[in-house]
Write a protein that binds this ligand. Structure first.
Ligand SMILES: [Zn+2]
Length: 139
């Protein structure tokens, strides 16, 4: 959990070394595709923001869960540094899952925030790494 405070163990002789890492702060803004009506309950200019694991909306604004479900899977990747040639770097507009709706959701990287490893997970940095064996997709 990114918003948690560092876990302090009374049995621990010394606190773990700081291990900072940086994530992008995101702002997801509703746009409207030309010539298509808005069907869902999102209006052009509506937005929500994501910092770490915390999503926030302006006071009084709502956001449809179906639209949110379309955007959510991409957000953790957009929070992280991506290769310049990766489509995740260049592509930033997600279409509304309602095929009749003109809603588009632009993901903007608005800044960065620094988090500390020990504050966001109980798994120590010295934990064994998972297998690095490459996997190829069967076709
Ligand atoms: Zn929509």
């Amino acid at each position: 959990m990114l918003s948690g405070m560092p876990k302090k163990s009374p049995a621990s002789p010394k606190p773990p070394a700081r291990a900072p890492f940086r994530l992008y702060d995101l702002k997801i803004v509703v746009e409207k595709a030309a010539g298509q009506p808005m069907i869902c309950n999102h209006q052009e200019g509506d937005f929500f923001e994501l910092r770490g694991e915390n999503l926030s909306l302006p006071a009084g604004q709502t956001f449809p869960i179906y639209s949110l479900a379309a955007v959510l899977p991409l957000l953790p990747a957009k929070q992280r540094e991506t290769h310049p040639n990766d489509w995740m770097t260049t592509d930033a507009v997600i279409a509304c899952p309602d095929p009749h709706c003109g809603g588009r959701f632009r993901i903007l990287r608005t800044g960065t925030s620094v988090f500390d490893h020990a504050a966001v997970t109980a798994v120590p940095l010295s934990a064994p790494k998972s297998s690095t064996k490459s996997r190829k997709r069967a076709r």
